[in-house]
Ligand binder design. Structure first.
Ligand SMILES: Nc1nc2c(ncn2[C@@H]2O[C@H](COP(=O)(O)OP(=O)(O)OP(=O)(O)O)[C@@H](O)[C@H]2O)c(=O)[nH]1
Ligand SMILES: [Mg+2]
Length: 259
């Protein structure tokens, strides 16, 4: 049994990169934790995605924003550990297999950014996943609160990840939003200011698509029918976006002009 590679946020990235890995280890590293496909060969042929039948999703955000909760919502079960207190919980990147919309996915839960400045270790995790297996879609998990908005981090991720990798936004903690959860995007959290979605754009954060949701756990919504219904709709909305972004056509676009 080969030990799964982990990224400890307190490890120096240089040390990680200096580790020499066997072929077998390389294969284990970037396969999903709950493996459904053993044919993956990483980037060993040098071709992006390399014929994998699992689409790769990476969720990132400020620590505590709900990254792991969002992974669980998408996966459909409590695969990732979420925190119950104020300490950062996810200390290393983990990946989980999920199947929905007739497709297989490998979803990465990674440590949260600790502040608003780019963190080379965490961005390095994203880069490594892109280099090893190719990312189909990046998911930026935000809360409705402003302190989860990280324009400098977003810019840095956009700089290092190829432009053809889409970034979608998922705004959480909207179980109590008046009207629809989606209304958060168009209304303003500050009197007299532009809508929240537009405000994100003005900060330089634009997205391929977005969803406004709640990522409360099934236990948290158990006694509240309204929250429970919103959670179900949240799962549907996020999965629909991810399935739409993860297609063979997007992986292999036809040359210009060819239908
Ligand atoms: N009210 C509310 N709380 C949420 C929601 N989503 C997650 N939480 C809570 O937020 C806390 C943090 O959630 P996590 O998913 O562990 O957050 P994280 O971003 O993975 O945090 P780290 O791994 O520590 O970086 C937990 O107590 C969750 O129950 C939501 O939609 N609404
Ligand atoms: Mg987490």
């Amino acid at each position: 049994m080969v030990e799964l590679k982990t990224y400890h946020t307190n490890c120096r990235r240089a040390n990680l990169l200096s580790i020499t890995l066997s072929l077998r280890t390389m294969q284990s590293l970037f396969c999903c934790h709950t493996k459904t496909d053993d044919t993956h060969t990483g980037s060993l042929t040098g071709q992006k995605h390399n014929g994998q039948n699992q689409y790769t999703i990476v969720v990132f955000g400020r620590t505590g924003a709900g990254v792991s909760s969002l992974v669980n919502l998408v996966a459909g079960s409590a695969v990732a550990q979420c925190h119950a207190d104020t300490r950062p919980c996810t200390q290393r990147a983990m990946s989980y297999a999920a199947t929905f919309a007739g497709k297989q996915f490998c979803i990465y839960d990674i440590p949260g950014y600790r502040g608003h400045s780019p963190d080379a270790e965490i961005t390095g995790i994203i880069q490594d996943i892109e280099n090893e297996r190719g990312i189909d879609v990046l998911v930026y998990c935000l809360r409705r609160k402003r302190d989860t908005m990280m324009p400098d981090v977003f810019r840095e991720i956009r700089r290092v990840v190829p432009r053809d990798v889409p970034v979608v936004a998922v705004v959480t903690e909207l179980e109590r939003q008046e009207g629809t959860m989606e209304s958060w995007w168009t209304t303003s959290s500050e009197a007299g200011k532009v809508g929240n979605g537009e405000a994100l754009g003005k900060m330089g954060m634009t997205f391929e698509e977005h969803a406004c949701v709640t990522t409360l756990s099934p236990e948290d919504v158990m006694r509240n029918e309204g929250f429970s219904e919103r959670r179900s709709r949240s799962q549907e909305a996020v999965r629909r976006i991810l399935a739409g972004q993860c297609t063979e056509v997007k992986r292999n676009p036809m040359p210009n002009g060819i239908e």
